[in-house]
Design a protein around this ligand. Structure first.
Ligand SMILES: [Zn+2]
Length: 191
């Protein structure tokens, strides 16, 4: 599965990081693994997402960088990890290209509202036009899922029922997944 990321030039909030890793590592849409990861190689959240993917991925992933043509905004993830760096393009064109390459978009915007001048929201609108599956991870930890038909669902992950931590993982891979909290070791049945 080909997955893309778009996010704020600032860094993600702690909860956005936790949920991104949770979605990324527990991702089982269409029963496929993430095989290719596409990011804009911007400073801020893009860099974070790249580091997190290389740190937590459970299978080899090809990482593609789509840099903008604004040198100050480039994070140069290829200096840290093996990445395939595509030619620089103006940001709006780059965002269109990124969406074209992928099947699923993870978006971590800085603002909770749809902002006209935000590159993250421009990429989200583009993904809707191209009928891609989208997960929007909001700064407060809410997660919105938008399917290929543009239908929107609240899929905010449950927190640990005991200590409210988002640090949890799936311990049983079957029809009724069991979750285990990394912090207090509580186990519960996922819905
Ligand atoms: Zn807990």
């Amino acid at each position: 599965m080909k997955v893309g990321f778009t996010g704020t030039r600032n860094r993600m909030t702690d909860i956005q990081v936790k949920i991104f890793v949770y979605l990324f590592t527990g991702f089982r849409e269409f029963d496929k693994k993430i095989t290719e990861f596409y990011l804009g190689d911007c400073i801020g959240a893009d860099q974070q997402s790249g580091h997190l993917v290389f740190k937590h991925a459970k299978n080899p992933i090809k990482c593609y960088l789509l840099p903008s043509d604004i040198p100050d905004m480039q994070g140069h993830l290829e200096n840290h990890y093996p990445c395939i760096r595509l030619p620089e393009k103006p940001p709006l064109q780059r965002n269109e290209d990124l969406v074209y390459f992928i099947e699923v978009l993870f978006a971590a915007p800085k603002e909770s509202e749809n902002q006209t001048r935000s590159g993250t929201w421009q990429t989200i609108r583009c993904a809707k036009r191209q009928c891609k599956v989208i997960y929007i991870i909001y700064p407060d930890g809410k997660v919105e899922f938008i399917d290929e038909k543009g239908m929107s669902y609240d899929v905010t992950p449950t927190k640990c029922p005991v200590c409210k931590s988002f640090n949890f993982h799936q311990v049983q891979d079957n029809q009724f997944p069991i979750m285990e909290c990394d912090d207090c070791k509580e186990r519960w049945l996922s819905d």
